[in-house]
Design a protein around this ligand. Sequence first.
Ligand code: NAD
Length: 448
Amino acid sequence: MRIAVIGSGYVGLVSGTCFADFGHNVFCVDQDAEKIALLKRGEMPIYEPGLAELVATNTRAGRLTFTTDLSDAVSRAEVVFIAVGTPSRRGDGHADLCHVFAATRQIGGAIGTDHKVIVTKSTVPVGTGDEVERLLRDIRPNGRFSVVSNPEFLREGAAIGDFKRPDRIIIGIEDEAARDVMTEVYRPLFLNQAPVLFMRRRAAELTKYAANAFLATKITFINEIADLCESIGADVQEIARGIGLDNRIGAKFLHAGPGFGGSCFPKDTLALMKTAQDHDRPLRVVETVVAVNDQRKRSMARKVIAACGGSVRGRRIAMLGLTFKPNTDDIREAPSLAVIQALLDGGARISAYDPKGMDHCRDIFPEIEFAPTIEACATEACALVIATEWDAFRALDFAHLRRIMASPVVIDLRNIYRPDDVRRAGFIYEGVGRGRSPHILTEASTAA
Ligand code: NAD
């Protein structure tokens, strides 16, 4: 099939490349001429493991091309995916659909007489598919097209695996012609027996938001349990395992930490909350999740300040990790950003190191030092904060760190270390929810 993907960001570029790898002919479109120029040279505008190789293979095979010419790509394609950004609208938190509608108008201008399937892959509020259809109908009253919702569930850092081996594919349709075309688009995954769920368009749109809100709720739940653990003297890791082994709960998304961030959960929970309020059906659980998570990021800075004895004024703090999760260069809504800002407000001097995220942070924090290595970042620091669980941070040489740091303090916001291991190396250690039981186990109590 011939497929056009409008928007070549994290989702568009990965989806387009994987569709090409399925054997389709794909035109990846972006209005950002610099991005397209990079891609044409074989350079990646984003960091995503395995992507460069897959792009190279499919470009060489002639199945994947990059262009800024939306009209040309759309006129040649049988299926057009809209994968542009849907950030929070400034001021009210609704999803900002300006890019989706701008792309729709451009698509409308390029639709000819052949039947086309226009698919929203971007995360869009319920009813957006109806609006896209209306816009297209205004532009092309006699056009032959179907509008489909096919939300994407890939995770940055594991995007290619997620796209090729998805837990499920959600396809919202309003006509049977669209079903046949979408079945063809995803044929290789049908053959792999991936669950493909056809449903009505509005249901598909809401499924994406409901999934993200549920996952955000799970994270927020364990974060609040973590706070309670600190007060009562228990380790949240033990509780997470204790509840996660229950199949009805599941072990995933039970890692206590600095609050959820990234390009999806914060904006999607907010947008769902706004949709529900507009329909006079407030989602009180989601509203609480949003409020609790907002407060959490800054409270992590207070944790750092407390571990430093109550003040960070004039002190050098080393931040390991800037991206919102490992294996991506994406820093959108990363908890590290709020923590850094709060520490700067408290008078700290920040040195930071991240394997992939530093370039994006330079403009946001011109006043901080971006260190070339973990060691350079930690040298002379009064405290080391682990803000992202990159593998490179999982086996730190604490004996060496102790020699080069000004004081031995570690604040592990991702709980990647066992508190006792770090304490044995001579550090003051603070994790998230790693309360210590006030009871000393005696021979008598263990025997009992
Ligand atoms: P992104 O910002 O990385 O990419 C969007 C791209 O669209 C940009 O390159 C931009 O230049 C381009 N664009 C915007 N308007 C255009 C137009 N009219 N014509 C051509 N190009 C245009 O965004 P993203 O992270 O890929 O997210 C895209 C959508 O997918 C969002 O709705 C997001 O919520 C959803 N989503 C994202 C993820 C993720 O992990 N990033 C996962 C699932 C779903």
